[in-house]
Design a binder for this molecule. Sequence first.
Ligand SMILES: NC(=O)c1ccc[n+]([C@@H]2O[C@H](COP(=O)([O-])OP(=O)(O)OC[C@H]3O[C@@H](n4cnc5c(N)ncnc54)[C@H](OP(=O)(O)O)[C@@H]3O)[C@@H](O)[C@H]2O)c1
Length: 267
Amino acid sequence: MKQIDKKRETVLITGASTGIGYELSKIFAQNGYDLIIVARDLRKLMEVEKELREKYGTQVIIINKDLSYPNSAYELYEEVLNLNMNIDILVNNAGAGASGLFHEIDYDIDNKIIQLNMTSLTNLTKLFSKMMIKNKRGKILNVASTGAYQPGPYTAVYYATKAYVLSFSEAIYNELKDYGITVTTICPGATKSEFSKRAGKAQIKGSMEAKKVALAAFLALKKNKRLVIPGIQNKIAIIVSKLLPGNITAKAIRKIQDKLINKTDQH
Ligand SMILES: NC(=O)c1ccc[n+]([C@@H]2O[C@H](COP(=O)([O-])OP(=O)(O)OC[C@H]3O[C@@H](n4cnc5c(N)ncnc54)[C@H](OP(=O)(O)O)[C@@H]3O)[C@@H](O)[C@H]2O)c1
């Protein structure tokens, strides 16, 4: 097996095969980091590995893992330990959603979303923050959403998982700073990626480029920021959401989500 150059820092990125995670992988590679990339699609991960190795000379290790299963976070952690590697930066980016009326969405789909977006993210954060505390250095980037600030009819479970990610990450930012570990949360709004299609809805007009979102996340992480909301529109949306009562925000989100779901029905 290839020996990783210990002078270079290593970043573990979940959901690195497409979208924001893929763009983050490229930015970290361009900036001289080595990578462990995680997702389910092995073929795509192999393409990312080849691209980053050939373009930037990055050492990339692939871990093919479905994080929507109980224990998957621990299995991933054990694989990293077996590689005898230290993680300097953990990026909890992998996430998924589903669209439609809550009572009509399959029970199993909800559970997988909760497991992926919340449980695996929490477990990975615990396991790797312990490693970071031992090493007296480390950074964590957690990907939430502007949905963290709003109730989300027609995507209720997804929005609720992101509210959890935001609350959890801000709490441990406060705890881990005592150990020199930073926790940065990014709350993107609609972003061009595979996400909407996979969640069963159309891509909203004016969505941000995944590359821009990834760059905002990278810069915030480097500056040890607690929170980053990329894009002026998203910042305004969050300010408005905080001012309005939840039932009004829920009505507005329901209208938007309904349109997006119906758009896919027509295609
Ligand atoms: N796009 C948006 O509008 C938007 C807005 C706010 C926040 N976000 C958040 O941004 C993050 C990245 O999403 P994206 O927009 O880049 O979407 P994306 O293109 O669908 O990427 C999601 C990534 O997560 C991986 N993934 C999905 N399910 C997984 C599982 N069960 N186990 C392991 N990996 C899994 C996917 O790879 P595989 O399919 O190969 O496993 C892929 O690499 C997510 O947390 C999402 O909630 C997105």
